[in-house]
Design a protein around this ligand. Sequence first.
Ligand code: AMP
Ligand code: MG
Length: 355
Amino acid sequence: MLTRKLHIDPINPDMGAIAEASGIVKAGGIIIFPTETVYGIGANALNESACRRIFALKGRPSDNPLIVHVSSLEMAEGIASIPAEYRDGIRRVWPSPITFIAKSNGTLQKAVTGGLSTVAVRMPAHPVALALISECGVPIAAPSANPSGRPSATNPRRAISYFDGRVECIIDSGAAFFGIESTVIDLESFTVLRPGPFTPEEIEKAFGRMPKVDAVTRGMAHSGVAVSPGVKYAHYAPKTKLLLFSGDIGELTGLLDGIQNLPPFAFIGSAESCKAVSEAFGCSTIALGDRPDLYKIAKNLYDGIIALDSLNVAFGIIEAFEERGIGLAIMNRIRKACSGTSFNSADGLSKILEP
Ligand code: AMP
Ligand code: MG
């Protein structure tokens, strides 16, 4: 299939191009489009067979439902029952990188909801996404534009590398603004199911109530039950073994020094830590940004993880970041990319590296 590529300015979208893109969605096609978080692979949420095709293209388990993107609270209320107590708060925060789980009103098919009685809705803060949804006049179901388990596409190049020739259209509006997926809040329990760019502190400000944050939120535990089905599955993983180190960099270099026959490895972390590790070992490093700039680190995280696979090393080490603000989302994604494998001693590392 020839994939139609549309360049659309991210801030002042050309309405002719938006009309062409929405025509593709209305005809049942699959479209890859920018949002402020990551690129989405979307279809008319009311078209069951188009939604099924998204699962097939991603290799996504059918019990992992899709986020449904809307262009207004009214459109959200056409598919979900939003509790009255939260309506004002949602009006205050939308559009933004925050997804709410609410009771489904039965409009959406099983292909979208995974057979759950709830639905995930969000109004993206991206001019192209908003214009596209409102021009379509229907909600757009869209998970992140990546094969299941792989890092999300944060720019059109990555989306093209994953899906060119397999979808009807890819919109190129440059890099997504945040580069990390939306915050997911369950309205029933007021819990952060997945941390994202919109922080618990900001949610407290908008809703007058602090959402719950637990071990699953931090990516430290896997949920066996499908509270948020996404948390059941491994995610964001590179092909190369990736290990998390949480300690200071002086400690890390000391500990690596103590290991004989250390196989070639690469280090992923802040610019400051990369400099220290590369001076000590002359190894490859992937700098994500300056340590205090957590938004930049979040934005570069997936490209950094993907870059590891092109370095021809036996394993990668990624450093931990402060779990404050968007740092909560960064650490959730890092823990999943490492499948929970971390070390803090030479012994621990040697054991992990044993064949
Ligand atoms: P993504 O593939 O990055 O768009 O992720 C969508 C996320 O939203 C996944 O973690 C899903 O499991 C989650 N999600 C979607 N619908 C629901 C729902 N009804 N209840 C709980 N989590 C949901
Ligand atoms: Mg995803």
